[in-house]
Design a protein around this ligand. Sequence first.
Ligand code: HSE
Length: 445
Amino acid sequence: MAFKVGLLGLGTVGTGTVEILLNPEQRHPLLQEIAIYKVGVRSPDKPRAVKLDPDLLTTDLESIVTDPTVDIVVEVIGGLEPARSLILQAIAHGKHVVTANKAVIARYGEEIFEAANQAGVYVSIEAAVAGGIPVIQPLKQSLSVNRIHTIMGIVNGTTNYILTRMQQEGGDFADILADAQALGYAEADPTADVDGYDAADKIAILASLAFGGRIKLPEVYCEGIRSVSAADIAYADRLGFVIKLLAIARRESAYNPNDTTDHLQVRVHPTLLPKAHPLASVNDVYNAILVEGDPVGQVMLFGRGAGSGPTASAVVSDVQNIVAILKTCSTAPSVVSTNADSEPHALMACTHQHYCTITPIEQLETRFYVRFLTHDSPGVIGKLGTCFGDHEVSLESVVQIGMRDQLAEIVVVTHTVNEGNFRTALAEVKAFPSIHSIPSVLRVW
Ligand code: HSE
């Protein structure tokens, strides 16, 4: 008897999911026990890349999530609604859920996982972060015996593609974005990618798993790549860095058994990364996640973060894991909600109860890169140095290489400083008559 999947959505990821499930040869034998039972679509008559029995298609998505025959609902329609409501309805009807929807999980994770725990069903989200890279399951299982102190990564392929091309071609952001859109590498509305929101959703989910607590998405500091210019990439290169959009979550202090409160930094921003850093050579649309824990040390996961096949690989692996569990706890696979009375699988369920405390960005200790355009008058560099010094901002290097638009271009890199002190100093510097403008302020790893 096969386990029945109700698939919501037959777009890019849904199509990849069907392709794997319809072609189980040379894959894990469990796939042969999974059947596509119904597929919810908007336009049943649309030509499709996969051959499916037309009787499986329906426009009534609610009928899938409420159908007693369905064991597992796979949600790959994306967007907040109706995805969130359909997931909750599926849970209420005792279905296990597999979703690729990072936006829903990052915003409504508490509501969804609490409903799932009460109903005794699983909600699996491997495909929600970094597409084909297995990172959710490693964090929940293989790496979970470690005390994780940092998880950081390149989790947005669109921005990594744009930054890589800016680096390789010396082009400016707007031109390369337009070209990426024409080539289909960037969405017509690129906001979620280029302004960092997609990466913020993903790091909120990863931080929650790595640090065992919930994350309030509005507390995740988020800055995108629109302000990164060709000039910054060229200066970074001379100074020994590349610029990457990093999503970072770190525990603030060493483990203290007397204070187990988690104080975390969770942030997304363009970052100057030393060329020797393991993430610095992750280019184009590729994603990578670096986990640092005790005692495992550094573990880096690399691969394709989006696309039909890679994301479907994650979706189907979640379906398969649920099927493997169902096989051990029931001989009647269509009756899945009966495990509401038993303990959930400790490594599959989400049982976080508390919210992590996120440190405000003003309290961050980091290095900065700043590019100033100044009027070329004597004493400018001295005044800059004095003002930063007055606010305990120690400078690592000050470079003046040339002129831009008849203005002197000065690039400053600080030592590790308090972000609040740095911002206060910068506000004072900005008011100096000799300062024309401050085109870029970036953090340095
Ligand atoms: N838009 C995302 C990216 C893929 O560019 O990586 C889906 O999360």
